[in-house]
Ligand binder design. Sequence first.
Ligand code: DI6
Ligand code: FE
Length: 421
Amino acid sequence: MSGGECKESAPEGTARERVWTNARLATLDPAVRAPYGALEQHALAVRGDKIAAITPMAEFARGITDAEIIDIAGKWITPGLIDCHTHLVWGGSRAREWEMRLNGVSYAEIAREGGGILSTVRATRARSEDELFRDTVPRLQALMAEGVTCVEIKSGYGLTEFDEIKMLRVARRMGKFFPIEVSPTLLAAHAVPPEFAGRADDYVGHIIDEILPTVSAEKLAEAVDAFCDHIAFSPAQCERIFRAAKERDLAIKGHVEQLSNQHGAELLASHGAWSADHLEYLDDTGVQALAKAGTVAVLLPGAFYFLREKQKPPVEKLRAAGVPMAVATDLNPGTSPFASIRFAMNLACVLYGLTPEEALAGATREAAKALGRGKRLGTLSVGKQADFLVWDVEHPAEIVCQLGVNPLTERIFRGTSCNPI
Ligand code: DI6
Ligand code: FE
């Protein structure tokens, strides 16, 4: 198993500047007033792990330095892709359940036979930390291979203190072993576990009194998520969890308005959440609440597509209200089994009507905001972390348009070239 090949980087301070020249930059920086924040014929210089300069080629040619030059001959550079909503760590498979559904077996019957989230919970509990690590690596490598440099990873298939922590440790190990930044999230409030069947309030108390304190003490998560819907947790239960998370200085986010409108987005906005995710049933009041709070709307078209949903999130209203829209995979075994952020961007355009530019911004700049990293990641701007991608494409829309061929030629993580796999 490879940890991803990276070129040796020189120790901090001694590093020679490296400059990618003859580049076309899709900066996604709103200060650059052009579609995609595009800058043609530019040079992008890196020192250490930061973007040190962005210079027109004409000026760069006059100030020759002893920098290492990488001439990319008109290829495009974008910021590293950020997948801000995944359930990357799980055991088992739900392909058989999907097949049954397509053969006409109802959800209720599948649930009676032990299917759904709780079947993944059983399989995940049965796997050791090392086994789960091995299960997860191919999914992470698939994301990295198409240019993901930062990924959010949720727990939520353990639902005991031991198993939630096991999942979060696997998430942390991903970031230690591979050249990728990981944002781990506690999602103990994903489903009511069998031990607490019919006692959801007691389980919420267990999360607050037992799981959250350990996760916070061991710094295993930076955010807390909850699934607010009629099949999961009520707004009042979610609010208890969000308050407890904030008391421990953890960020909050939620799965809200996916299957019905519970006003979860308003709840999240009122608590200053990083993001509100799914949002198919979001109403006007919810849109205004997100706009006012600056909470990011995370769109997850993979689940919408795979579940053959009909109700779409109110994209035009979100756009009109100026709510930042991120796009993510929701990679999980039951409702979005797709380890492809490019597929998610494509679906966001085809199914939800985002423009390719919005989709690319959604998986870079806006996704960075959704992970509390808007100042450090997400655009090609001087001073930001040098996470970026070199693409052999004629135009950035190609990154979103054509699937099945990978035009990524170089993946730079924290200033260092890292082969994706
Ligand atoms: N919403 C979803 O679509 C996933 N979780 C959630 O809260 C479903 C996860 C699964 O079915 O395993
Ligand atoms: Fe999800």
